[in-house]
Design a protein around this ligand. Structure first.
Ligand SMILES: Cc1ncc(COP(=O)(O)O)c(C=O)c1O
Length: 419
């Protein structure tokens, strides 16, 4: 047997009356080798553990911190109405749904959520899916296949990339947020013989690493010229843009974007994925998406909390307002201090430092000072664009923001990131 270090070698064996060479494998040597390589490059994940809810004042690895890395943008994960709805639903409906949605896992509660979401988003129909990742992995490969073309923004989320990889369609990429480049890709595709049967153009709404917003009106216009489907993944836009209704409302594009993918784990404060659009789209998606057909439906408590999140967004606009007031204040101060916040236009504010080690160091020092932010390094972003990512929350107080800005200033200077 090979030692723990080498993955492959050669061994001699007596077979059929003579010696022959065999490949000798250590089946698991790569596990340690690849992990050690990540550690050596400072790009391994160091997971911190929360001992409280995911909210601005949290205990993380035993330390009280102000948290700047939760997707729970509006603070709804701990909203009393959501907690009450979840508790009551668990008592009434049980802890689990019991099946995949297509077989016996659709309760009237799931249907009620879909009806409420469609109404909230101003679309014909909505489908509750397992997660945002499952939406992309399940529906993209069904919307386009052989003879079709799928075109994706170069910085789209990994779940979109994986959904595209699962499709048999030709793939194209357009430069980040560049509708002119999208047009070039589509023009070139039209010249081919045969021209694509269907075309799907897909973009994040809010880009999760940079916090910039897709130029959806321009993208939609180009798609309309080419008869292409428009798919926006609005996981970071829901609850945030358009008064909570997402990027399509933000730009007034209702009826012109064919597929809105979303998730309930961010602005909604709960868990799950969603597809919104026409009744035809939803009928198609639940008959074809393998992640929807082959994976269990949500526990009732989750669905009831998601319905309560819609109630709260409809009746308590103050959470969305606080989120934006806090975002504007914090970004302006970071910029004034001299930090590079890239292209941010939303509560996602990257502080770009370049080197992965420096990003790790900045996040460790901030944590020691009581500010919890996460380093984002390769492969999430290009190696030279390592950063910590700040996410602003509706529940941050002005004192929280000032406290964090003080820490950023002091540590940023001591690490030579700002002067
Ligand atoms: C743009 C985007 N799409 C999809 C997802 C996946 O969503 P979920 O966590 O519900 O699987 C995320 C989550 O981080 C995301 O940022």
């Amino acid at each position: 047997m090979l030692g723990g270090k080498r993955e492959r070698g050669r061994k001699e064996e007596w077979r059929g009356g003579c010696f022959s060479y065999m490949v000798e494998r250590n089946p698991t040597a790569f596990l340690k080798q690849e992990y050690d390589a990540l550690v050596a490059q400072n790009i391994d994940w160091r997971v911190r553990v929360l001992e409280t809810p995911s909210q601005p004042h949290a205990v993380v690895d035993g330390k009280q911190v102000v948290m700047f890395c939760t997707n729970n943008y509006l603070g709804l994960a701990t909203h009393p109405k959501l907690i009450k709805a979840a508790s009551e639903a668990a008592v009434k409906w049980g802890a689990g749904s019991g099946a995949v949605p297509a077989i016996a896992g659709t309760m009237s509660l799931h249907r009620e959520f879909e009806r409420r979401l469609a109404e909230f988003k101003g679309v014909e129909a909505a489908l509750l899916c397992q997660t945002g990742f499952a939406v992309n992995a399940g529906v993209i490969p069904q919307l386009v296949g052989e003879g079709d073309l799928v075109v994706s923004d170069q910085l789209n989320h990994g779940s979109i990339i994986d959904g595209v990889r699962l499709s048999k369609a030709e793939r194209g990429i357009f430069k980040h947020c560049d509708a002119g480049d999208l047009e070039r890709v589509l023009d070139e595709a039209e010249k081919k013989s045969p021209a694509p049967r269907r075309i799907l153009v897909i973009t994040d709404g809010v880009f999760s690493m940079d916090g910039d917003i897709a130029p959806l009106p321009e993208v939609t216009e180009v798609c309309e010229k080419h008869g292409a489907m428009v798919f926006v993944d609005d996981c970071h836009g829901e609850g945030v843009l358009g008064g909570g209704r997402g990027i399509v409302h933000h730009f007034g594009l209702q009826g012109r974007v064919h597929v809105e993918g979303g998730c309930l784990s961010k602005g909604f404060g709960v868990f799950g994925g969603t597809i919104c659009g026409s009744r035809d789209l939803v009928n198609f998606a639940f008959n074809k998406s393998r992640t929807w057909l082959l994976s269990s439906s949500h526990p009732p408590a989750v669905v009831a909390a998601a319905i309560a999140a819609i109630d709260v967004m409809e009746t308590e606009p103050q959470h969305n307002k606080n989120l934006w007031d806090n975002t504007r204040f914090f970004k302006k101060r970071l910029d004034e201090l001299g930090f590079n916040t890239g292209r941010s236009q939303t509560p996602i504010i990257p502080v770009i430092v370049g080197d992965a080690g420096k990003a790790q160091e900045l996040s460790v020092e901030l944590y020691k000072a009581g500010v919890f932010v996460f380093p984002i390094v390769f492969p999430m972003v290009a190696k030279e664009l390592s950063r910590v990512r700040v996410q602003i929350n509706a529940l941050h107080t002005r004192e929280d923001l000032d406290f964090a800005l003080g820490a950023f200033e002091k540590i940023g200077k001591s690490l030579g990131i700002i002067k």
